[in-house]
Write a protein that binds this ligand. Structure first.
Ligand SMILES: [Zn+2]
Length: 283
């Protein structure tokens, strides 16, 4: 091969290599992006700070409870009730959200931290739909059987996970099984959370019929009631089916619906509406 031909081949090869390098540089390379370290949007310190930070509404909410008590219902001055759903977010939560949306009813969801970690997008659907979120611990233990440090961890980890996923801090707390004592209530107060139980228990976790759930909710609800139901912890088809019937029957009696926070802020509970002891057992 003459030297001129070799030189031409060499130039073509070099141009080809340059072209390849240039192309690679222009295009975003997926593998490079994937290899980048995942930087959390919010640092652990920011999460802890956000969980502690109180806006004006938060301040009002947290100061509603007296020291060492849980709220069982609002003051009873207005024909409003709050629907509450525990133990999600889970597979049945979207169906609950769909019913609430059709009915234009706001509700409150007391979420389990480990379920939030598994289903963050479901929690974001809850928040995007305008519902309120409360802390229901990470592992759903009976908190009265734990050490103070374990109690604190169960509450703080869940509060932090809610902030990490939604960017918003919760100011409500519900103890699993409604099981509280002065130590548990102190942990909630330290975390700047208002302890909320209920005055109407649908016992939907015992898998009664839809009609039984409706009957229990409607017959026992009064002005300011906080109604306990579940969107997690097992198949909730009966609960989902009960929602439109509960809403239409309570509306027929003149009731309207609010989140727990709005309910207690607009109609503050009196001493009779609070308790320092546990509620009856529930899931
Ligand atoms: Zn629960």
């Amino acid at each position: 091969m003459p030297p001129a031909a070799l030189a031409i081949i060499a130039v073509v090869v070099v141009i080809g290599i340059i072209a390849l390098i240039a192309r690679g540089g222009d295009e975003p390379v997926a593998s490079v992006a994937a290899a980048e370290p995942v930087i959390p949007a919010i640092s652990e310190e920011d999460i802890a700070a956000a969980a502690e930070q109180l806006g004006p509404r938060d301040q009002e909410l947290v100061s509603i409870g007296e020291t060492g008590v849980s709220i069982n219902r609002a003051g009873g001055g207005r024909k409003y009730v709050a629907l509450t759903f525990d133990d999600g977010p889970g597979p049945d939560t979207p169906a609950v959200l769909a019913e609430l949306k059709k009915l234009d009813v706001p509700a409150t969801f007391f979420v389990i931290g480990r379920n939030v970690k598994e289903n963050p997008q479901v929690l974001n659907q809850v928040v995007a739909a305008g519902h309120e979120v409360g802390v229901h611990t990470w592992n759903h233990p009976d908190l009265t059987t734990l050490t103070p440090k374990e109690q604190e961890s169960e509450i703080a980890s869940t509060a932090g996970e809610i902030v990490a996923v939604t960017g918003m801090a919760s100011r409500l707390f519900r103890a699993p099984y409604g099981s509280v004592n002065p130590a548990v209530l102190k942990r909630a107060e330290d975390a700047k959370l208002l302890s909320v139980l209920w005055d109407v228990d649908t016992v939907d976790w015992t898998r009664p019929s839809t009609e039984q759930i409706v009957q229990t909710a409607v017959a026992n609800a009064g002005p300011g009631s906080i109604i306990l139901m579940h969107d997690g912890g097992g198949n909730r088809a009966s609960t989902v089916a009960a929602i439109p019937k509960i809403v239409s029957q309570l509306r027929a009696k003149g009731y309207e619906f609010a989140t727990v926070g709005d309910l207690v802020i607009s109609d503050p509970p009196g001493s009779d509406d609070m308790s320092s002891d546990s509620r009856s057992t529930q899931q």
